[in-house]
Design a protein around this ligand. Sequence first.
Ligand code: ADP
Ligand code: MG
Length: 674
Amino acid sequence: MMTASTDIQYLKGVGEKRAVVLKSKGIDTVGALLRFYPRAYLDWTDRVKIAEAPFYHECCIRAKIITPIEESKKKAGMVIYRFIIEDDTDRAEIVIFNQRFLAQRLREGREYLFYGKITGSFIMRQISSPLIMETGFSGIQPIYPASQSLSSKATETLVRNAISASGLPETLPDEIRERNGLCDIKYAIENIHFPKTPEALERAKNRLVFEELFILQAGLSFLKKHSRGKAGCGIQNSFFEEFQQTLPFSLTAAQKRVARECFEDMSSGRPMNRLIQGDVGSGKTAVAAALMFAAAKNGFQSALMAPTEILAEQHFKTLCAITENSGITCKLLTGSLTKKQKTIIKTELSEGEIDVIVGTHALLSDDVNFKDLGLVITDEQHRFGVAQRSRLSSKGENPHTLVMSATPIPRTLGLIIYGDLDISVIDEYPKGRQLIDTYCVDSSYRQRIYNYIKKFLNEGRQAYIVCPLVEENEMMDITPATEYYQRLCEGEFKNYSVGLLHGKMPAKEKDRVMRSFSEGEIQLLVATTVIEVGIDVPNAVVMVIENAERFGLSQLHQLRGRIGRGKYKSSCVLISDSKARDTKKRLEIIKKSCDGFKIADADLELRGPGDFLGSRQHGLPDMKIADLFANRDVLRLAGNEVNRLIADDPRLQNPQNAGLRAEISALYKKLNSN
Ligand code: ADP
Ligand code: MG
């Protein structure tokens, strides 16, 4: 008997070899194949007239061939077939490359269905390499993500076999389905793959979107359950004065307020579970430092995790300066330490000799243990998975947790990612901060910009130039950072010290460059977006961004946040030759606004949520079918149902919920392996 959990190898049509291919795509069971949804559909039922066929869209047209099939040979081995089709509105030209068999089957004077992308002009529309069917054909055809080793057609056959061999267990209790008007799992799976009508496809989609969002939220709510309830250690705020004395500046009112909110949590007898949102440059690190300082003074260890080595090192330096004369031991743990260095630190941690540890993902490793971990802080938390955050916390006994983020998140999404987190906002910049001037120019200004940069370098300041991509790319007119760097070193800036930083460099090399930039040895840093997160070099006052149209607004804002961090007036220059109207509009927004929340909203509106909500940004697993933004209403409905369900059956022991339980534990595994 074949079930959803049967190994994919045993499905009809799958041999050992194909099983390897499928498994490499994450399809290891029959059930997983059933959940491998088409990426698109060819709807042969939805036909348009030639005169109305929209350009650059895929369309299905029913038309008659009215000329002979003309054959011409191009280069060796390349044959092109051309002919004209006509319906009662207009004519169009069809071009077919090399498909001799197809071309010979077609007859002048007969009608066919043509499916393809419309190009050409109003004078004569054209379709290159369309799919062609007899007029009797009708239906909606699934298109699967295809690769060299597995075509869409082959996947289709396997899915048919899987559907006739097995079904999936129902995951949504009857009651929930009825209340929300959702079809059952069998209907959904059949119609997501082979819909009989567009309406059936719609019903199937609705149900699967709901299901996916339901399971996601149920999974997250179980994950969060772990960290609730029991008492955390008490950390009192009695060392705040002493802490402030260690700083070269006085805290802003917003920083003080947020720190106070955290201290209230940490002395309440319950574990703190808080998010600090604050725009770039608002001074989140100082708040984190205040809490870690107090934790150490109260006799507890604390850990600060950052997403990159550069950032971890920077935090480490800040904390060292603060803790120097306070009898607090502060150490750094990253992947690039030697094994021996790591072992020493791990021993010191487990014996409680280290009070404050700063690190990267290396902190999550199984052999990192604490004696008395009281406080866990993650910086730029959107770079980490939800599960990673809880993994670090699980190294202590309900430690207080704080996450810090500069990325404003749409509210609905914030709710599911952060759920029951309390939120504090730093809504004020440190005093004396001057507004950054932002200019948008085209590349004819480049020479003037270089002169402008030199002026600042001569005064002892530093500057960044950001280029979008590292690799050569013939398709796009973009200057790769490496080449750009070489050109500047040998030419325009040969009398200055120029550095290069990009993501493909080995971590050690990156650190070396970053260090010498922050120590002022490198005057001009040519970089990719690796510098987007957290870097703090107050002496850098100019940020030039090439091909600015290639970046999202929030990303531009983050990049711009690298300057204007000290007492010097700073300026940001966006270079773009794009004439597109929406580019102009987007760059105008950046020019006018310095408010990260406003910019994020505008970005969302102009660009759609795709990039913004990519899994990279929030650490949730990729959605198969749901869109966290477009389906936000469903998200809310499903969330309500999750709460209801958990109130009724908190451990999902009801046999009705067995299918759901299995899906949730699968999701759990995925969240934890992220
Ligand atoms: P972010 O919130 O982006 O992480 P940082 O914590 O890196 O910001 O702080 C940005 C810069 O502002 C740092 O150079 C930091 O030393 C400085 N800073 C932080 N708080 C204050 C303050 N109250 N007064 C003056 N400078 C401050
Ligand atoms: Mg920061």
